[in-house]
Design a protein around this ligand. Structure first.
Ligand code: NDP
Length: 447
């Protein structure tokens, strides 16, 4: 088999069938690049339309979400749920509320989720959903009415054995509460396993809030240990200031690093003496303000309006905001400034160009599907607690998370080495995630 020609044909078919979805193309092309190594070794993975089936969602649901604002005006948003692959378990993946959301973005996220969920070693399939609704500046009541309308349509497609959504950009504890309340009302029963990221009093799991950020830092620690280095005393840049960023900052500092900058879409804040995490949580989670407000209240912090957070000097960079936020030029800046490790807390924050620069400049790079898998893994732990009507301690759940991240690191590193590409965590994560899903798809027949 001419592997390169076969993979090129798959990719051309995908471009043709999914026109106008650049983020989906980007996510697929990265995985297909890695799969060329697999197909050379094991050509049978091209049998039974396996790769064509894997790149086509099992189901895509698009629906109208009408809602009424506080002034009585009617708004209409679009809701999505892409149920990508359920070969390993019920579809699992977050909901994103952001004005940039469209079908292509949800498909890229759902596609990544398949491999990420596979890497966790837990029985969960891949899916993703969301809406082009912009929660910024909306009152609690508006958010509640939107969530209720969204769930009224989504509710018929989910369930603890079918599809289990969680949070993502713009969807945190408050939104999950409103979504779960409406689901419970419609279902007429308290089916806690239908959503994760729930409040602790009604079926949520300790550590879920912290899990993605903590997990990304645990993964970074493993990468550094593999090179005989430590996070202690390292300088770290974290982009974003949402759920993932806040808890990446918290864990990095707990482990003795200094977080020297973080950001939001309006600019970045430099914090040469580290971040006051309690103040940051109060500003972002309680008062729902912006990073510029943090800089006004924190000693030694400065706000850089519209600036590029990647221009700050550091040893480690953790992009934790959104897709394609770190391009080739920024990657060169990071390398010039001494960064040696990059781990993606966000989904696909680094462009192809940036990843090429990391390779060229000898920066260790952890892709999101490995480094940010701690969130979904802990969601799966929440499902386990719900199924057994139990709730675990913070220490126990955090230990499970640490063990899972350690396993993901070892599997990723071992797989890369097996294919003669030691230290290439992109190839390692893509191949390890793929093989498990592909073997299960082959065993279950052409469906
Ligand atoms: P939040 O909504 O809590 O925070 C998002 C942060 O990213 C905010 O600081 C936001 O700034 C910034 N941001 C969003 N869009 C843009 C943009 N277009 N340009 C610049 N900054 C932007 O989301 P999360 O922290 O939950 O998610 C962050 C990333 O992590 C996403 O890629 C998500 O898919 C990924 N992820 C999240 C998981 C989770 O458990 N929450 C699990 C795995 C991955 P602003 O307020 O200015 O918009």
């Amino acid at each position: 088999m001419d592997v390169d020609a076969t993979v090129k044909t798959y990719y051309e078919q995908i471009l043709q069938r999914n026109a106008g979805e650049p983020e989906f193309h980007q996510a697929v092309s990265e995985v297909l690049d890695s799969l060329t190594h697999v197909l050379r070794k094991d050509p049978h993975y091209a049998d039974m339309g396996l790769i064509q089936r894997l790149t086509e969602p099992e189901r895509q649901i698009i629906f109208r979400v009408p809602w009424v604002d506080d002034q009585g005006n009617v708004h209409v948003n679009r809701g999505f749920r892409v149920q990508f692959n359920s070969v390993l378990g019920p579809y699992k993946g977050g909901l994103r509320f952001h004005p940039s959301v469209n079908l292509g973005i949800i498909k890229f996220l759902g596609f990544e989720q398949i491999f990420k969920n596979s890497l966790t070693g837990l029985p969960i399939g891949g899916g993703k959903g969301g809406s082009d609704f912009d929660p910024k500046g909306r009152s609690d009541l508006e958010i509640m009415r939107f969530c209720q309308s969204f769930m009224t349509e989504l509710g018929r497609h989910i369930g603890d054995k079918i599809d289990v959504p969680a949070g993502d950009i713009g969807v945190g504890g408050r939104e999950i509460g409103y979504l779960f309340g409406q689901y419970r009302r419609m279902a007429g029963r308290h089916e806690s396993g239908t959503l994760t990221g729930k409040g602790l009093q009604w079926g949520g799991s300790l550590v879920r809030t912290e899990a993605t950020g903590y997990g990304a830092v645990y993964f970074t620690q493993e990468m550094m240990t593999a090179r005989g280095e430590r996070l202690h005393n390292a300088k770290v840049i974290v982009s974003g200031s949402g759920n993932v960023a806040i808890y990446a900052i918290e864990k990095a500092q707990e482990l003795g690093a200094t977080v020297v900058a973080f950001s939001d879409s309006s600019g970045y804040v430099t914090t040469p003496d580290g971040v006051d995490v309690e103040l940051l949580k109060d500003i972002k989670e309680v008062r729902r303000l912006r990073v510029a407000d943090y800089a006004k209240e924190a000693k030694g912090a400065a706000f850089h309006k519209g600036g590029n957070v990647w221009e700050v000097e550091a040893d480690v960079a953790l992009p934790c905001a959104t897709q394609n936020e770190l391009d080739g030029e920024s990657a060169e800046l990071l390398a010039d400034n001494g960064v040696k490790y990059v781990a993606e807390g966000a989904n696909m924050p680094c462009t192809h160009d940036a990843i090429r620069v990391f390779g060229k400049r000898k920066i260790d790079f952890a892709p999101g599907k490995a480094a940010n898998a701690g969130g979904v893994a802990t969601s799966a732990l929440e499902m386990q607690q719900n199924a057994s009507r139990d709730s675990w301690s913070f220490e126990y759940t955090d230990k499970r998370l640490r063990d899972i991240m350690g396993n993901i690191f070892r599997t990723t590193a071992k797989t890369a080495a097996e294919y003669g590409m030691e230290g290439d965590y992109v190839v390692g994560a893509n191949i390890a995630g793929f093989r498990k899903v592909a073997d299960a798809m082959a065993a279950q027949g052409v469906i």
